[in-house]
Ligand binder design. Structure first.
Ligand SMILES: Cc1cc2nc3c(=O)[nH]c(=O)nc-3n(C[C@H](O)[C@H](O)[C@H](O)COP(=O)(O)OP(=O)(O)OC[C@H]3O[C@@H](n4cnc5c(N)ncnc54)[C@H](O)[C@@H]3O)c2cc1C
Length: 474
């Protein structure tokens, strides 16, 4: 192994390595381990001083259907059902071959990870994406635990790591085949190269170019991942002529801007209305669905309304049924402070609140009356919000907070790949170059398939790309 402080040095042989993997997050570690399992000599070049990337910060959920873990939990599911789900939510316009491959390879990847010591507890399977059976397989120790196991296994398999080695260029031979990497003037050659550099959430210029929605509410936008998510892989692949896909795609989480906490789930008692004063979504829908619904409203934002009795009812903060955690931003005390600071707008009546927000007063009053009637009747025929989380809003003062989709969790543009993770240029494979994980964007298309789709993408295609890269290097 190379010392963490130094760049790699060449080893003897026709090529210095069979496979060089660029990036040591989930995709890179899976690729390295899979390639080493084929007998390949593997180097992982990592810009940071440790493994992990965004994967180590994540919940460590892997989206898979038809796994042995699900079977152990008595869940009847199949890759085909997941494929149909991803196709349907993306209006049958995803990348069918790649999505199909993902769905079929995901259960075996769960088994492969388990064989390397990653523990998936059948009791810890979670629903994801707002539909279907429990498909999010949570690794013990979450993302950090996953990375720890994969790094240890890769080291045991003879994989070499070069830390603080930010790859700046790809080497190409006279025929255009990618044959190595360059870092600080030092060239290292290999039979194939796997790009696994993650997304570009930390690069504002690339965001403006490929995912402008992420910068729309600039003053409230922030990226929850690591600083090395600079889009290097995208730039390197593009420099070799790679086709790009996933333009304008990614995942933004809603924020009320009350603090820099990630609030995947906002309090279920909020009532969302758009700029026209109309309700438009089940406020308990999956966070992916809610975020997309808000982006589709006029102006791309909404207001969330509640009344004084709601504020007081949750004096200690609401315990959310989806997380079992009380959210610190929404205790009665915290909300008073937000009101004082002007982050939450307050008025004595619904009509006065509407005026403060610039909403049509009659429309807002009408929407809340309809909501109150549904709450009293315990039945929301408009959006099917579960009745136990609907509270009648009738006690002034009334409060509202603006919600914007501005917390960036992942980006979706990257080099186009085929079912084996080969990078494509003008529709055909770019010899010697593979890519996997967030660098290639998401798997399914514009609508994120749900929690576990991105870590899953990293691990499933990391493994497939590692296997294919090892084969190609022979
Ligand atoms: C806080 C958080 C929570 C999340 N939760 C979930 C979740 O529960 N479920 C889910 O599916 N997704 C989740 N995501 C998204 C998911 O974690 C990532 O999309 C996925 O893990 C990306 O894996 P990756 O291997 O492609 O990239 P990363 O894990 O980001 O790894 C990329 C690596 O490449 C390195 N690198 C970058 N450029 C270079 C270069 N030029 N040379 C060398 N190395 C380089 C980076 O330092 C990094 O180590 C979450 C993300 C975050 C930030």
């Amino acid at each position: 192994m190379f010392p963490r402080e130094q760049a790699a040095v060449s080893s003897p042989g026709a090529n210095d390595f069979d496979v060089i993997v660029v990036g040591a997050g989930g995709a890179g570690l899976a690729a390295a381990l899979a390639a080493a399992g084929q007998g390949a000599r593997v180097l992982v070049a990592e810009a940071a001083d440790r493994t992990g990337g965004a994967t180590a910060l994540s919940g460590g959920n892997v989206l898979a259907a038809g796994s042995a873990v699900q079977q152990a939990a008595g869940i009847d599911d199949s890759p085909d059902a997941l494929f149909r789900h991803i196709s349907a939510i993306n209006r049958h316009r995803p990348r069918p071959g790649v999505v199909r491959r993902y769905c079929e390879a995901a259960p075996e990847t769960i088994g492969w990870l388990a064989s390397h010591g990653v523990v998936f507890d059948p009791a810890d399977l979670r629903e994801t994406g707002g539909a279907g059976p429990a498909r999010a397989h949570r690794a013990r120790g979450h993302g950090a635990g996953l990375v720890e196991v994969l790094e240890a296994r890769a080291l045991a398999a003879g994989v070499e790591f070069a830390f603080q080695t930010r790859v700046q260029a790809l080497l190409r031979d006279r025929l255009g085949r990618v044959c190595g990497i360059s870092h600080d003037g030092m060239d290292i050659t290999a039979g194939s190269v796997v790009l696994a550099t993650g997304g570009f959430g930390g690069n504002h210029a690339l965001l403006r170019e490929h995912y402008p929605a992420a910068r729309r509410f600039e003053e409230q936008s922030w990226y929850i991942g690591p600083g090395h998510s600079q889009g290097d892989g995208l730039i390197l692949a593009k420099g070799c002529g790679a086709d790009l896909w996933g333009e304008g795609e990614g995942l933004l989480i809603l924020t009320a801007g009350l603090s820099r906490d990630i609030e995947i789930y906002l309090p279920p008692w909020l009532v969302h209305v758009n700029r026209l004063g109309h309700r438009f979504v089940n406020e308990m829908a999956d966070y992916v669905i809610q975020s997309r619904a808000v982006q589709d409203q006029p102006g791309g934002f909404c207001y969330s309304v509640f009344d004084e009795s709601t504020r007081l009812a949750f004096a200690k903060g609401v315990v959310d049924p989806r997380t079992a955690f009380p959210s610190p931003n929404w205790t009665a005390q915290a909300m008073s402070e937000h009101v004082a600071a002007g982050r939450i707008v307050t008025a004595g009546t619904v009509e006065a609140l509407a005026e403060c927000l610039g909403l049509p007063p009659r429309a807002l009053a009408g929407s809340l009356e309809r909501y109150n009637a549904a709450a009293r009747g315990l039945c929301d025929r408009d959006f099917e919000k579960p009745a136990q989380w609907m509270r009648v809003l009738e006690t002034g003062p009334f409060h509202a907070v603006r919600l914007v989709p501005a917390v960036l969790s992942l980006t979706g543009t990257g080099p186009r790949i085929d079912e084996d993770g080969r990078v494509l240029a003008d529709g055909g494979p770019l010899p010697g170059l593979f890519a996997a994980g967030e660098v290639t964007g998401g798997i399914g298309g514009a609508l994120y398939a749900g929690n576990g789709a991105s870590v899953g993408n990293a691990l499933v295609f990391g493994r497939l790309a590692g296997l294919a890269a090892a084969r190609a290097a022979r």
